[in-house]
Design a protein around this ligand. Structure first.
Ligand SMILES: Nc1ncnc2c1ncn2[C@@H]1O[C@H](COP(=O)(O)OP(=O)(O)OP(=O)(O)O)[C@@H](O)[C@H]1O
Length: 238
């Protein structure tokens, strides 16, 4: 293992029946890094995240976390190791209060730390504090996205997996979500960010990967991918 490499994906393949969704993926995320995975609809982004969190079967290759092979580990055990995902489409529990949603994120943990972490979340997302007693379903789309991220953080993860956090949000809210992600990175969090919004994702990423029909076709520093002619043409509409 390279020094500081937290997540190491090698030659990963995954299938839906006879359809091969991932065709041998190599992706690494170092401790403290913000890595973006961009690609069009159906490229395999969600499938890769599902393989990392363990809810999708792998047909070949390996996933290592902090040097340990987790390829066959249960999703629960992976959460225990510190892999936490904020799923696509937010998926907060609508009838439950904001605070109960947060508490649910810490379901594997006990003790006074949980209260301290919740206070930290409220500090980071003041609007969640203001609305903590309201049903999560009454929040706006952007606020629900923040709640989903905060809930994932309540597991006290070593790596945060984000699946399309900007999906369905108005441009102002998109900017706010990406500022939040940047702030988390600045605070030392390791983040693997999957996005169709290639421009916003690569703009804040240390490094990026471009996925096309189940294969990584380009990888480089985020800023260099932003200036790559092929990326500009295919993903940024420039
Ligand atoms: N449940 C499924 N059964 C069969 N094929 C699937 C299933 N889910 C995804 N696929 C196929 O696997 C490929 C990768 O899909 P995936 O959802 O991972 O892409 P994506 O890049 O995340 O796209 P999106 O942005 O739409 O979520 C696509 O060709 C898709 O049609």
């Amino acid at each position: 293992m390279e020094a500081g490499m937290l997540l190491e994906i090698s030659g990963l393949t995954s299938h839906y029946g006879r359809i091969q969704a991932l065709k041998g993926i190599d992706v690494q995320v170092a401790e403290g890094e913000l890595v973006a995975l961009v690609g069009a609809n159906g490229a395999g982004k969600t499938t890769l995240l599902r393989c990392i969190s363990g809810v999708q079967g792998v047909t070949g290759g390996s996933i290592k976390f902090a040097g340990q092979d987790i390829t066959k580990m249960s999703p629960e055990a992976r959460v225990g190791l510190g892999i936490s995902q904020s799923p696509e489409g937010r998926q907060v529990f609508g009838p439950m209060s904001v605070e109960d949603n947060l508490r649910l994120g810490a379901y594997r943990r006990h003790g006074p730390d949980i209260k301290a972490d919740m206070d930290r979340m409220y500090e980071m997302f003041p609007i969640l504090h203001k609305k903590r007693e309201l049903p999560a379903g009454t929040l706006s789309g952007g606020q629900q996205q923040m709640l989903a991220i905060a809930r994932a953080l309540m597991a006290n993860p070593r790596v945060l997996l984000l699946d399309e956090p900007s999906m369905g949000l108005a441009p102002l809210l998109v900017a706010e979500i990406f500022r939040t992600i940047q702030a988390l990175k600045d605070g030392g969090m390791t983040i693997f960010l999957v996005e169709q919004n290639a421009y916003a994702a690569l703009a804040i990423a240390d490094r990026g990967y471009v996925l096309e029909t189940g294969a990584v076709v380009l990888t480089d520093q985020g800023s260099r991918l932003l200036n790559d002619d092929k990326v500009k043409e295919a993903y940024l509409g420039l």
